[in-house]
Design a protein around this ligand. Structure first.
Ligand code: HSE
Length: 307
């Protein structure tokens, strides 16, 4: 195979109390158009991508090389044209998307025939947690459990009958910084309350009770109370979105973006009204992506559309 395209969705991890466990795939994409040639070359087509002076320093190459080495393969050189709609360090899974791009690059170039589960396990090792990786690979809404036995358990949730609205500020948030704010341990009382809230939110989503899911997502005790102060409009976005009909609003991943879950068909209207209040934000009504990681053997980079 001489030419292929890898398309990878953005993702929003946590959904409040589903910390390090729940995530959804979103209709913004990272795409790689790969052509075999004599030497390695990465060409960037988006301002969302960082400058990289040498291919060996490229995050995607680095992930691909590590995976190839696991299976005792050597990556053959390629030209990789990269396009991205996923802003960096905003809580939209840009790093997990790049990790999975590397895993799939190795999978294709070395004909590894990796299963989706193997890709998820590798991505979790490279990322440290599976909540972005699972929806990116499978599409939709995934619940994961990393119980430490080397395999990631996952559950594909039923499709959500709602829209999401994303609020992306113009500042970055390092995941490491946002994780360092969290307590190293919780008392038994706090842990049971926090996991009860999470259980209730997931059950509500499964049953389609989005009012209850929205109420629970805003009661997170695992991470939002510690991170909220880093997001200047945190309270305002939650309150105003709720007034406009949102079920619930949470930090997307580790931030800095936030995300509202809103009734189906109301995403555009709520996004427009929120944009009037917060002109400094990139506010986007998005769809939940149900395709996940895609590989195609076509000539041009593929732009996926959700649903
Ligand atoms: N679950 C992770 C966190 C997502 O909130 O830190 C960001 O990588």
């Amino acid at each position: 195979m001489n030419m292929f395209t890898i398309t990878i969705p953005a993702s929003s991890a946590n959904i409040g109390p589903g910390f390090d466990s729940a995530g959804i795939a979103l209709s913004r994409y990272l795409s790689l158009h790969v052509t075999k040639q004599e030497t390695w070359e990465f060409v960037h087509h988006s301002s969302h991508l960082p400058f990289v002076s040498h291919y060996e320093d490229h995050f995607i190459y680095h992930a691909a090389k590590q995976i190839a080495e696991v299976y005792n393969h050597v990556l053959p050189p390629c030209k990789v044209e990269v396009d991205s709609e996923i802003p960096l360090a905003r809580g939209l899974g840009s790093s997990a998307s790049a990790v999975i791009a590397g895993i799939e690059l190795a999978n294709q170039l070395c004909s590894l025939s990796l299963t989706l589960e193997q890709k998820l396990n590798h991505a979790t090792v490279l990322e440290g947690h599976p909540d972005n990786a699972a929806p990116i690979i499978f599409g939709g809404f995934l619940i994961t459990a990393n119980t430490g036995d080397g395999e990631i358990d996952y559950f594909e949730m039923p499709p959500l009958d709602l829209d999401v609205v994303l609020y992306i500020p113009d500042f970055k948030m390092s995941t490491e910084t946002a994780r360092n704010l969290l307590p190293a341990s919780f008392s038994r009382k706090n842990a049971t309350t926090a996991s009860g809230i999470s259980n209730m939110m997931i059950a509500a989503f499964v049953s389609g009770d989005y009012l209850l899911a929205g109420r629970m997502m805003e009661k997170d005790l695992f991470h939002e109370p510690y991170r909220a102060e880093l997001i200047p409009n945190y309270d305002e976005i939650k309150v105003e979105a709720k007034k406009l009909g949102a079920y619930g609003t949470v930090i997307s991943g580790a931030g800095s973006a936030m995300i509202s879950f809103v009734p189906k068909g109301q995403g555009n209207q709520i996004a427009a009204q929120m944009k009037a209040m917060l002109p400094q934000y990139d506010i986007a009504p998005l769809k939940i992506d149900h395709h996940g990681l895609q590989v195609s053997h076509c000539e041009k980079p593929l732009r996926m559309t959700a649903e």
